[in-house]
Ligand binder design. Structure first.
Ligand code: NDP
Length: 279
């Protein structure tokens, strides 16, 4: 019987840990969240981040800017927040309106306030073993594995997806844990042959039910990052959960698996930022 890896339970534990650390030390971390425009999904994410701040005793500031905000105006706000000693973390909700260059915005955030860990500098530090922050979604998955005592050391971890926010940084973290890592993508030949070798499979493609049971080894651990809105209006992962669950040793459901972890790690990173800036 497969373990259902419960991201709700683990994310609550992470947030509780962050809150306890803050209260015990009398820390006063503050996260500034910027949202440009009125994308409904972005609004939900921003609200969830503010709620998590409240739950963890982190102060949050919201900057809701109109869709016509220029890149220069946004960069000016980031400069102001970079210089503000009361603000420890800065997050700009993506995607941004098309007229704004996301890379320019990410790179403008001071590296020690880049709590999403998206900037070139922080990603470079991740790969060279000198990291300050860990990218939230991949670090959330490592936290899930640790909570369930699933060791990556010596395992063959196959990651399908090579995005800058999920696949690539997940490879860095798994490598750091002693795994042998294979990254697959849309040009990978004989994908099933490779995924069937995975002791731990990370599914990060963004296609509903892409992974069928015959692509997964018996007893594997499956982390499903995918969030896909199905025709039934519900959220589905990349993995055909009903077919795959009976043959694996542990698996994350969607929703309630990897998803809740991202924001919990964001809170942890905000506390890390505060401590670094107040040493
Ligand atoms: P991207 O669209 O940036 O990347 C998708 C990756 O899947 C690409 O590397 C692409 O390959 C690869 N891919 C696409 N089709 C195939 C195929 N047929 N065979 C093999 N590989 C393929 O997505 P993200 O990494 O941003 O997100 C992935 C999923 O995770 C999405 O569903 C997203 O919603 C979800 N997500 C969830 C988060 C959370 O839980 N908190 C956070 C972030 C994302 P190529 O590079 O060659 O195009």
């Amino acid at each position: 019987m497969a373990i259902r890896i419960d991201g709700k339970v683990v994310s609550l534990a992470v947030k509780e840990r962050v809150k306890q650390q803050i209260l015990e030390n009398g820390d006063t971390p503050c996260l500034a969240v910027i949202i440009v425009g009125d994308d409904p999904a972005s609004r939900v994410y921003v609200n969830n981040k503010k709620k998590a701040c409240t739950e963890t005793a982190i102060r949050s500031l919201e900057y809701a800017l109109p869709p016509e905000t220029t890149q220069d105006e946004l960069l000016e706000l980031i400069d102001k927040l970079n210089a503000d000693h009361e603000v420890n973390g800065i997050l700009c909700q993506l995607p941004l309106p098309k007229h704004i260059d996301e890379t320019a915005v990410i790179e403008r955030i001071a590296p020690d306030k880049d709590v999403d860990c998206f900037s070139n500098r922080n990603i470079g530090k991740l790969w060279t073993g000198t990291k300050v922050f860990e990218p939230c979604t991949p670090a959330g998955m490592i936290e899930l594995l640790k909570y369930y005592n699933i060791d990556c050391d010596g395992k063959h971890c196959v990651i399908v997806g090579r995005s800058n926010i999920v696949g690539k940084p997940m490879a860095a973290l798994m490598l750091e844990q002693g795994a042998t890592v294979t990254i697959c993508h849309s040009h990978t030949r004989n994908l099933s042959e490779i995924t069937r070798q995975a002791d731990i499979l990370v599914a990060a493609v963004g296609k509903e039910h892409f992974f069928s049971a015959d692509m997964i080894k018996d007893g594997a651990v499956v982390l499903d990052v995918g969030i896909n809105r199905g025709e039934d209006g519900k959220l589905h992962g990349d993995v055909d959960f009903a077919a795959v669950e009976p043959k694996v040793s542990a698996i994350t459901p969607v929703p309630g698996g990897c998803g809740p972890m991202t924001i919990a790690i964001l809170m942890q990173n905000t506390l890390t930022a505060y401590r670094l800036q107040n040493q």
